[in-house]
Design a protein around this ligand. Structure first.
Ligand code: V47
Length: 389
């Protein structure tokens, strides 16, 4: 299928026309030069969305082998949230409940295994995405039992589990180091970690929205330890908390510096905040344009992170399609029963079928590629012929 992007000479002429403030950054991208934080800020400050899309898409294409340039990755995955009880007090979280709440729930290992057994498409599954609350009655032993049971019963499914925040909490509860906790979990099937819990690294913002959460340095240090053990991880930015573009750029540069040191990040995921049932001022809500800039700037600055992911649950299906022209090459997956963004007001569906997700990608002029959690290709799906109407 032909790509819908304009030919490179048209893009080139657009970027070089007189008055384009982004032409110098375009030249750096073409020459593979590392961009600075100031370059990132110049992109945030620019109103020319077409030029920003060309910049980010050029950076994506130049870092991708030619025969895979139109690929958009996704996984058939299943979300598991063992409890919504959490000791932390993140002001943006609408998912958390106190232990006495009538809406609190706690799932046993058997409950979780049964929920996967009941999932009609379990044979297709490639990944369990497991994140939870910080709850003292579900300590390290609970997760060791859970991962052991899931790996024994569903050996074909990769376990991507527990954010750095949870690893830190479980280690403290058990009185062991991050490395010991990670080794124990790895021994029973933990293979990678999701990128949640990073929020915005700037201390100014953390003090306001998640004062009792681990610091940026601790978050990065858990990921460094995981990378050292061969556990690949992702990284996120939760935008829309009242952070400045400069703070977003600094967040991305911290991830880039960490990646230079430890090399284990697979993807970076700019997330979009929702405001129902939490204490964040909805006037901080991002526009669609700001979300697109977050994707573009992260693609441009994170020259050492292979994939930029748009979690369609956080920005909706249509903006996800557009994000594929702003540096994104991954839409996460089919997902099932997403709870965190939905508790806060996301009106995206809670899951997409394989066909719906692939149609979304075909209609953006791209080629869906079903992947495993480590970006191994399971199947490439060229667009059906005759072309979609
Ligand atoms: O860490 C919390 C965020 C994250 C809200 O690694 C909120 O593959 C919006 O990390 N509005 C969880 N967001 C999601 C996440 C993720 C998703 C998909 C793939 C991967 C991956 C990771 O959701 C939390 C937090 O940053 N969140 N509250 C809210 N009100």
């Amino acid at each position: 299928m032909a790509t819908i992007a304009a030919p490179s000479d048209v893009r080139d002429a657009y970027m070089r026309r007189s008055g384009s403030a982004l032409a110098a950054i375009y030249d750096k991208v073409l020459h593979g030069e590392r961009l600075t934080g100031e370059d990132g800020m110049r992109v945030y400050d620019d109103a020319d969305l077409i030029a920003i899309g060309i910049l980010a898409d050029t950076a994506r294409a130049l870092r991708t082998p030619e025969n895979t340039r139109d690929y958009v990755y996704w996984a058939h995955n299943f979300h598991i949230n063992p409890t919504n009880i959490c000791e932390a007090h993140c002001r943006f979280c609408s998912f958390k409940k106190g232990p006495g709440s009538p809406h609190a729930y706690v799932l046993s290992v058997d409950d979780i295994v049964a929920s996967v057994e009941a999932y009609p498409e379990r044979e297709h599954l490639a990944e369990f995405h497991i994140v939870s609350g910080l709850y003292e009655k579900q300590g390290l032993d609970y997760y060791v039992s859970l991962f052991r049971a899931l790996s024994q019963r569903f050996p074909h499914v990769h376990i991507k589990g527990l954010t750095a925040v949870e690893i830190h909490y479980l280690s403290q509860l058990a009185g062991v180091s991050h490395e010991t906790a990670l080794r124990e979990l790895q021994a029973v099937g933990l293979k990678s970690m999701p990128g949640g819990g990073a929020e915005v690294f700037a201390e100014r913002v953390r003090k306001d929205v998640c004062a009792d959460k681990i610091t940026a340095e601790e978050w990065l240090s858990v990921h460094e330890t995981a990378h050292g053990l061969g556990i690949r991880t992702n990284a996120t930015l939760l935008a829309g908390l009242g952070e400045t573009p400069q703070e977003r750029v600094e967040h991305m540069l911290s991830i880039r510096a960490q990646q230079d040191r430890s090399g284990g990040f697979m993807s970076f995921i700019p997330l979009n905040c929702y405001y129902d049932n939490n204490q964040i001022d909805p006037r901080h809500a991002l526009t669609g344009v700001e979300n697109l800039k977050n994707f573009a700037v992260s693609r441009l600055l994170l020259d050492n992170v292979p994939h930029i992911k748009s979690f369609w649950i956080h920005i909706g299906e249509k903006l996800s399609q557009v994000s594929l022209s702003f540096g994104v090459d991954d839409l996460d997956g089919t997902v099932s029963q997403e709870k965190i963004a939905h508790a806060a007001g996301s009106d995206a569906p809670q899951a997409l079928t394989r066909e719906a997700l692939m149609t979304l990608i075909w209609r953006a002029g791209k080629i869906p590629v079903e992947r495993d959690s480590l970006y191994g290709v399971k199947q490439v799906f060229p667009a059906p012929e005759p072309a979609l109407p």
